[in-house]
Design a protein. Structure first.
Length: 462
């Protein structure tokens, strides 16, 4: 007989039908006549209760049913007499797939700290919290593809290995097959990359945007959704060395259109979570953050504020608040500034636009004032920056001048500049940090807890 997942079993009437269920034992309790096994298979937060009439089972088999063991149960699905559960399974046969020695299995009790679970990240998906987070993560990934597909965007696969370091978004991880103990040298004594795998110096990408723009300027509207890599040594609760990013890029979009898309997209995703991840969100709300669901609803129901960088600096300076970092015009905003604007001043998500060109990437469209660019950052409560984007500079002359000014190597991005030589068009795009989105949606506060296998400085064990 085909086995059923627990999520499905719990929706099935307890009419005595035969069922097969497979999963991991959470707890076993009972008396001398009967044992109650709480079993979970990761399909939902709830466990199914297995009722075992001890007289019909071998004692040696029952002994092996301990927390963490994996079992198969054949039995009858019946209405539960105990309060709380709708149905339970009366076991007629139990098979042990894998035992879990109580002396060594690390997840014996409930309520382990997140720090402890980070140290055993390879096992933490077996907890309710990480089960919920992984299911929400999946739902968000699905919703992202659905959102764009339903609106005529194409999923573009941009390369992970790149020969250009033009984005300037952060330090890069080098990719090489050269023998590090015995590097080939040029006559000037530099490393001879012509002998490397790609015949040039290559890195893991920090963003798919530059290639994404090629997509937008040919098939109109694209999005990327893949891992990106940044070798910054920033050990913060909001940075990963390997994180996933969603980067839509649209021809004929100006900054205003870009902002509208970003706001609609974020609201869609949060609404999708509220409607489709109800049980998991309720669990997270109860266990970790009592204001989570209210905060999610608030974001869906309210307009984001759209504010000029210059105005924001004025607000920060007038706040009388002592910030750790300076906030003079020209400074990059720190998380403390972003959160002040969002959580205390505007009390809602903020889209900050028109940043000084010095603190933003070379490709952003230059404003007529000669000082600012058509950048936009979306700032969220508890998170700070969740999206970074801009209208792109479409003018070949202006873009080339900026590239020269910044000393970027033309040999790295001649192909990018060429898009502005032939059939250039106004276009815009942005990047949403997938894990930052998940921090917001799950209410977690450390980014290491919303990705299955976090990569951070000095941490790539599993
Ligand atoms: O602001 P960023 O650096 O923008 C870009 O990479 C542009 N190419 C995007 C575009 O216009 N297509 O990064 C975009 C977002 C940030 O707003 C943040 O949410 C997330 O990516 N992010 C990180 N998330 C986790 N760990 C890190 N180290 C991150 N760096 C950026
Ligand atoms: Mg940014």
């Amino acid at each position: 007989m085909k086995s059923m997942r627990i999520a499905e079993l719990l929706r099935t009437p307890g009419d005595g039908r035969d069922v097969v269920v497979k999963g991991w034992v959470r707890t076993k309790r009972g008396n001398k006549n009967v044992a109650f096994i709480a079993m979970n298979d990761g399909s939902c937060v709830s466990n199914i209760q297995i009722v075992v009439d001890l007289a019909s089972f071998d004692e040696s088999l029952l002994k092996q049913i301990t927390t963490g063991a994996c079992i198969r149960v054949d039995g009858r699905l019946v209405e539960s007499l105990g309060s709380g559960q709708g149905v339970e399974v009366q076991a007629s046969k139990i098979e042990i797939y894998g035992t879990a020695d109580p002396e060594t299995y690390p997840l014996q009790k409930k309520g382990h700290s997140l720090e402890f679970l980070r140290d055993i990240a390879y096992l933490r998906p077996r907890t309710n919290t990480f089960g919920a987070i992984l299911r929400i993560r999946h739902a968000m990934a699905y919703a992202i593809h659905k959102y764009f597909n339903d609106r005529g965007f194409y999923y573009l696969h941009t390369p992970l290995i790149t020969g250009s370091d033009a984005e300037g978004a952060g330090a890069m991880f080098q990719v090489t097959t050269l023998d590090l103990e015995n590097l080939p040298r040029t006559e000037e004594g530099k490393v001879d990359y012509t002998q490397d795998f790609f015949g040039k110096e290559c890195n893991l990408t920090v963003s798919g945007q530059l290639e994404g723009e090629l997509g937008a300027l040919s098939i109109g509207q694209i999005y990327t959704f893949g891992p990106t890599f940044r070798a910054e040594n920033s050990n913060t609760p909001r940075h990963l060395a390997e994180f996933w990013m969603i980067e839509p890029e649209m021809a004929f979009y100006e900054l205003e259109d870009n902002m509208n898309l970003a706001e609609d997209f974020l609201k869609y995703l949060v609404r999708y979570a509220l409607e489709n991840c109800k049980e998991d969100l309720e669990f997270m709300n109860k266990m970790w953050d009592n204001e989570l669901i209210d905060r999610l609803k608030f974001v869906v129901e309210n307009d984001f504020c759209r504010v000029d960088y210059t105005e924001a600096i004025g607000i920060l300076k007038a706040s009388g608040r002592k910030f750790e970092f300076p906030c003079d015009w020209g400074c990059d905003l720190q998380s403390e500034h972003e959160r002040y604007l969002v959580e205390e001043h505007f009390k809602r998500p903020v889209i900050l636009i028109n940043y000084p060109k010095e603190i933003k990437a070379f490709y952003m469209k230059q404003n007529d004032d000669g000082k600012t660019v058509r950048a936009m950052d979306v700032l969220f409560p508890k998170i700070g920056e969740i999206i970074g984007g801009s209208e792109r500079e479409a003018d070949y002359g202006k873009l080339s001048a900026r590239v020269k000014e910044l000393g970027i190597n033309i040999n790295d991005i001649w192909w990018y500049l060429d898009t502005r030589r032939w059939g250039s068009a106004p276009h815009s795009g942005f990047g949403l940090g997938f894990e930052r989105l998940l921090l917001f949606v799950t209410g977690m506060t450390n980014i290491r807890d919303v990705i299955p296998f976090p990569r951070t400085p000095k941490n790539a064990e599993f």
